[in-house]
Design a protein around this ligand. Structure first.
Ligand code: NAD
Ligand code: IPM
Ligand code: MN
Length: 358
C-alpha cells in the first residue's frame, strides 16, 4: 500500500494540546484500516519562532512542505507576542494561497449528546456544509495608507474577485450539493450594499446554476442569512460564500450546533498538485491554554477529513473516516466531555476515549 506523507504543525496555544490527540486518533484509525502514514513534525509557524527569528517560518518553507500530501495543522496566533495579521499572514494564510487551497470545507452538524443553544433541535436538524472561498475575496493584500498621522489619513483595502476564483469555488459547491440527498445550495451575498463584487458573484452563481438543473439554489444577503442560521438551520444543505462571509458563517454555524470546539475544516487543493491542509476551525484560545481542557474533537474530526481526502474516494479510507466520526459521536454521548460541553473531562481523556473506540 501507498505511504502518505503528512507534515505536522501544531502552532500556538491549544494547537499544541489538541494536536497529540488528533495524531493519537488518526494513528489508531490508520492501524485498524491498514493505512500507511508517515508523519514529519515541523517546529515553526508559531509565535515563539517569530520572537526568535523575526519571521514565522524559514525562507524555504515552501520547498520543505511542497512534497507532502497533507499538512495537519493546529492553530496559530498569540497576540501578546506577535500581532495577529503578522502571524497569520506569515503562516496559515500563506499556506492557503501559495498551496492554492481554494476550497475551505467546513461541516456543521448537531451531534448526539451535544447541548444545542437553539430550542427544539435534534441531531439531523443541523447538518450542512459551509464552502468558503479560501484564496481571494476580502482577504487581499491590495491597498495602502496615505497621509498617515494627518487629518487626511486614508486607508484602503480592496477585495479581489476573479472569474477563475469565483467559478472554481462555485463549481465545487454545486458538485457537493449535487452529491447530497437534498441537492440544495445557498449562496451568501450582499449585492444590495457591496455594489460591484457581490452582483458579480450573484451573476456567476446564476450562470453556474444553469449547468446543474437538478440542484435547487437560492441566495440571501449575509445579514439575514446569519439570522436564518439561528432561526431555521434545518433549511441549509450547502452554503457557499466568499472568504470573509464564509469565515463568519463557519463560526456561527458550529456555535448554533453547540460548540466551536468540535468544528473541523479542510483547506483543499482539489487538483492535488500541492498539499492540502486540515485544521480545526477554532484558534489558539489563549484564554484556556495550559489547562488541558481544550476540546480536541475539532482536531480529531479534521484528521478524519484528512484520511478521507487521502483515499480519493477509496472505500477503506472512507470507512476510516466514518469510524472516527462514529467514535466521536459515541464519546459525545458517553463522555468524557470537555468543559465547553458542560463536562469535566480533559483534552487527553477525550482523545484517549475516542482512540479506544476505534
Ligand atoms: P479562538 O477560536 O482561539 O477562541 C475563541 C473562544 O472559543 C475562546 O473563548 C476559546 O477558549 C474557545 N475555544 C476555541 N477552541 C476551543 C476548543 N477546542 N475547546 C474549548 N474552547 C475553545 O478565537 P480567538 O480568541 O479569536 O483567537 C485566538 C487566537 O487564535 C488569535 O491569535 C487568532 O488570530 C487565532 N486564530 C487562529 C486560527 C487558526 O489558526 N486557524 C483560527 C482562529 C483564530
Ligand atoms: C479561520 C481563522 C482565520 C481566517 C484567521 C486566523 C486568519 O479565523 O481559519 O477561520 O480568518 O481564515
Ligand atoms: Mn475563522
Amino acid at each position: 500500500a501507498k505511504t502518505h506523507k503528512i507534515a505536522v504543525i501544531a502552532g500556538d496555544g491549544i494547537g499544541k494540546e489538541v494536536m497529540p490527540e488528533g495524531l493519537r486518533v488518526v494513528e489508531a484509525a490508520a492501524r485498524r484500516f491498514g493505512i500507511s502514514l508517515e508523519f514529519t513534525t515541523f517546529d515553526w509557524a508559531h509565535c515563539d519562532y517569530y520572537v526568535q527569528h523575526g519571521k514565522m517560518m524559514p525562507d524555504d518553507w515552501f520547498e520543505q512542505l511542497k512534497g507532502f500530501e497533507a499538512v495537519f495543522f493546529g492553530a496559530v496566533g498569540w497576540p501578546e507576542k506577535v500581532p495577529d495579521h503578522i502571524s497569520l499572514w506569515g503562516s496559515l494564510l500563506k499556506f492557503r494561497r501559495d498551496f492554492d487551497q481554494y476550497v475551505n470545507l467546513r461541516p456543521v452538524r448537531l451531534m448526539p449528546g451535544v447541548p444545542c443553544p437553539l430550542a427544539n433541535k435534534k441531531p439531523g436538524d443541523i447538518d450542512f456544509y459551509v464552502v468558503r472561498e479560501n484564496t481571494e475575496g476580502e482577504y487581499s493584500s491590495v491597498g495602502g495608507k496615505m497621509f498617515e498621522g494627518t487629518d487626511r489619513e486614508l486607508v484602503l483595502q480592496e477585495a479581489v474577485f476573479t472569474r477563475k476564483g469565483v467559478d472554481r469555488i462555485l463549481k465545487y459547491a454545486f458538485d457537493l450539493a449535487q452529491s447530497r440527498p437534498k441537492k440544495h445550495l445557498t449562496s451568501a451575498t450582499k449585492s444590495n450594499g457591496i455594489s460591484i463584487s457581490m452582483p458579480y458573484w450573484d451573476e456567476r452563481v446564476a450562470e453556474m446554476g444553469k449547468t446543474y438543473p437538478d440542484v435547487k439554489w437560492d441566495k440571501y444577503h449575509i445579514d439575514i442569512l446569519t439570522a436564518r442560521f439561528v432561526l431555521s438551520p434545518e433549511r441549509f444543505d450547502v452554503v457557499v460564500a466568499s472568504n470573509l462571509f464564509g469565515d463568519i458563517l463557519s463560526d456561527l454555524g458550529p456555535a448554533c450546533a453547540g460548540t466551536i470546539g468540535i468544528a473541523p475544516s479542510a483547506n483543499l487543493n482539489p487538483d492535488r498538485t500541492l498539499p492540502s491542509l486540515f485544521e480545526p476551525v477554532h484558534g489558539s484560545a489563549p484564554d484556556i491554554f495550559g489547562k488541558n481542557i481544550a476540546n480536541p474533537i475539532a482536531m480529531i474530526w479534521s484528521g478524519a477529513m484528512m484520511l478521507d481526502f487521502l483515499g480519493q474516494g477509496d472505500a477503506n479510507y472512507r470507512a476510516a473516516h466514518d469510524a472516527i466520526v462514529a467514535a466521536i459521536e459515541k464519546s459525545l454521548v458517553e463522555g468524557p466531555r470537555t468543559p465547553d460541553l458542560g463536562g469535566n473531562g480533559n483534552t487527553t481523556d477525550v482523545g484517549k476515549a475516542i482512540a479506544a473506540l476505534i
